[in-house]
Design a protein around this ligand. Structure first.
Ligand code: BDR
Ligand code: CA
Length: 322
């Protein structure tokens, strides 16, 4: 069932091919009031992810502002760009026209997040599908904004379900590995966080037939997605032996709308901040007796551990075809 009220959303992103899939989804959902698209370094540098967000805003006819965010992460560690996954331009080497950035919002992303949460207390859902640097900067500047957020839905992390413990390393998912300090601060804050990680995103495979249908049914933007996915699919074919692509970021949007399609586990979450397992996400399940001091004083968060993939894929196709 669709949500009945309009949902106010800030989309925090590092476009990124699956970020583009998620943004198209958001643009077609009538119950979503997209208040802003904030950008972060990740799938490419900050100039590139911001340029890509401006390009996608134009292509998808969005009215929400694009707001530039962090180009450096809180751990101070520079990471290589995942060119093999998203291409040098972050969008699978499609042709991107010169973009006029006069359309860029004048604020910086963390301040935009603070101002927007204050303007709509208790109403805004943050959907964050890149490194969590902008959200953590907002919390560091004004810790009380955590109480003003309705919910934070992140694509990130891996908890070992179905053997899924990491993609960028055997222990870490890329968005968390990209800024483990920021992610750890997000999980510790007093706002409800829902974690859509590899445990569920690897169930969302857009296979070759599905992508061909999108290309036919979704018009110019479907063709654009399928063009981007040629690069993305090469990575999944060559590295993982998959016939199709994984729709990681779009699943965070689905969760915001349809949490009932997910199986979840509650409990506080920690991120390993350094060492060989840096970026590992570890939850203390609420059902575990005795607990452990490292997780004490952290609020319980919601981790997705199962999903009805056929419902998600049908909903995505039906929505973006509108
Ligand atoms: C995540 O990493 C990025 O490459 C994708 O856009 C997604 O947000 C998957 O691990
Ligand atoms: Ca992303």
């Amino acid at each position: 069932m669709e949500v009945n009220e309009t949902m106010k959303v800030i989309f925090d992103t590092d476009p990124g091919i699956d970020d583009a899939m998620a943004l198209l989804y958001l643009s077609k959902l009538p119950k979503i009031d997209l208040l802003g698209v904030t950008t972060v370094v990740g799938n490419a540098d900050i100039a590139t992810t911001t340029r890509n967000a401006l390009f996608l805003k134009q292509r998808f006819g969005l009215s929400a502002p694009v707001v530039r965010g962090a180009g450096r992460t809180l751990d101070g560690v520079d990471k290589a760009e995942p060119v093999i996954v998203h291409g040098v331009n972050g969008l699978g080497e499609i042709d991107i026209p010169a973009i006029d950035d006069s359309d860029l919002h004048p604020a910086e992303a963390s301040q935009f997040i603070i101002d927007t949460l204050k303007a709509h207390p208790g109403e805004v859902t943050l959907i964050a599908v890149g490194r969590m640097t902008n959200l953590a900067l907002a919390l560091r500047a004004e810790p009380d904004v955590a109480r003003l957020g309705k919910q934070v839905v992140i694509m990130g992390g891996a908890f070992g379900y179905q053997g899924r413990s990491g993609n960028i390393t055997p222990a870490a998912e890329a968005n968390i590995f990209g800024d483990p300090v920021a992610a750890d601060e997000i999980f510790a804050a007093e706002w409800p966080v829902a974690v859509v990680g590899l445990d569920v995103t690897h169930d969302i495979i857009l296979d070759t037939d599905y992508l061909a249908l999108l290309s036919q049914e979704v018009g110019e933007n479907g063709a654009l997605l399928s063009q981007m996915c040629e690069h993305y699919a090469r990575f999944y074919r060559e590295i993982m032996g998959l016939s199709g692509v994984v729709g990681h970021d779009l699943l965070a949007v689905t969760y915001a709308l349809h949490p009932e399609w997910f199986e979840t586990r509650r409990g506080p979450v920690l991120v390993q901040r350094d060492g060989i397992a840096v970026g590992q996400t570890i939850q203390m399940p609420e059902t575990r007796k005795g607990g452990h001091p490292d997780w004490a004083n952290r609020p319980p968060q919601t981790v997705c551990i199962g999903v009805d993939a056929s419902k998600v894929l049908a909903h995505y196709r039906e929505t973006v075809s509108r």
